[in-house]
Design a protein around this ligand. Structure first.
Ligand code: DC
Length: 245
């Protein structure tokens, strides 16, 4: 289904007072900005699921565990979750903070190396399994915006509102490059473009929960729309699924 044919999902029989909004899509499609603005406009809780995969990659780096050692990474992810060493503090209308080993991590999670690392560790089934309940625990009650790769297909296949944001490779790489420059991280456009493509191929090709649009997701190409337009479309779909009682 495309946005042009049907910009909003038909409202389902609402079981939650406020819907779960799933925003999936490839790196650099503008998911983070859009998800943040949507959550703020609706007063919903925002959950950045990529940060959880990034945190596993960062934890592996800090502990000297090779990201190519699948069994060790799976054991690490399970241990982090079981011991609550990996948590996310998410409050309505606010940007979530990720806490690893009792420390709030923000910039450390956003380096190009950790981006690639997150994509590598997210291939391991045990890692996805370890993070599944954690992601579900944030969203079950509704009134939440989750952004990721498999929210509409695996984490919340029953989400009332599902969007899949895309944009051309160049547009996405340009956005990532600008973000890195803004944060004072030196990068070169060609490298960013190559990394974005590598990451997408890996994320879309993995065996477990590959990145793809759910059959009932609205696919939106953000290259042709402003952030405000995309946010307005998603907010309208969410409001249609809010129960007024
Ligand atoms: O959204 P992000 O760039 O922060 O995600 C980092 C990586 O984490 C991404 O390349 C793949 C993985 N990921 C995933 O497999 N499933 C998700 N729901 C979110 C992210």
């Amino acid at each position: 289904m495309t946005a042009d044919r049907d910009p909003a999902h038909p409202p389902r029989t609402p079981s939650r007072p406020r819907p779960i909004v799933a925003i999936d899509g490839p790196a650099g499609a503008g998911k983070s900005t859009v998800a943040r603005e949507v959550a703020r406009a609706l007063g919903y809780v925002l959950v950045d699921t990529g940060a959880l995969y990034r945190a596993v990659a960062l934890a592996a780096h800090l502990r000297g565990t090779s990201r190519d050692d699948g069994a060790a990474i799976e054991a690490l992810a399970m241990d982090l979750v079981a011991k609550r060493a990996l948590t996310m503090q998410a409050r309505a209308g606010q940007t979530p903070t990720l806490v690893l080993d009792g420390v709030v991590r923000t910039d450390e999670l956003r380096t190009p190396d950790i981006s690639q690392g997150a994509s590598v560790v997210s291939r391991y089934p045990g890692v996805r399994e370890a993070l599944l309940d954690l992601q579900r625990s944030f969203g079950r009650e509704g009134g939440v915006v989750l952004e990721g790769r498999d929210i509409g297909t695996v984490v919340f296949p029953d989400a009332e509102v599902k969007f899949f944001l895309t944009a051309t490779d160049e547009r996405r790489a340009r956005r990532r490059h600008a973000e890195l420059t803004d944060r004072g991280v030196a990068s070169n456009f060609e490298d960013v473009l190559r990394e974005v493509r590598e990451r997408d191929e890996r994320d879309a090709a993995r065996d477990v929960a590959p990145m793809r649009a759910a059959e009932d997701a609205v696919v939106l190409d953000s290259s042709e729309r402003t952030v405000a337009e995309v946010v307005a479309v998603i907010c309208a779909a969410a409001r249609k699924n809010e129960r007024s009682d």
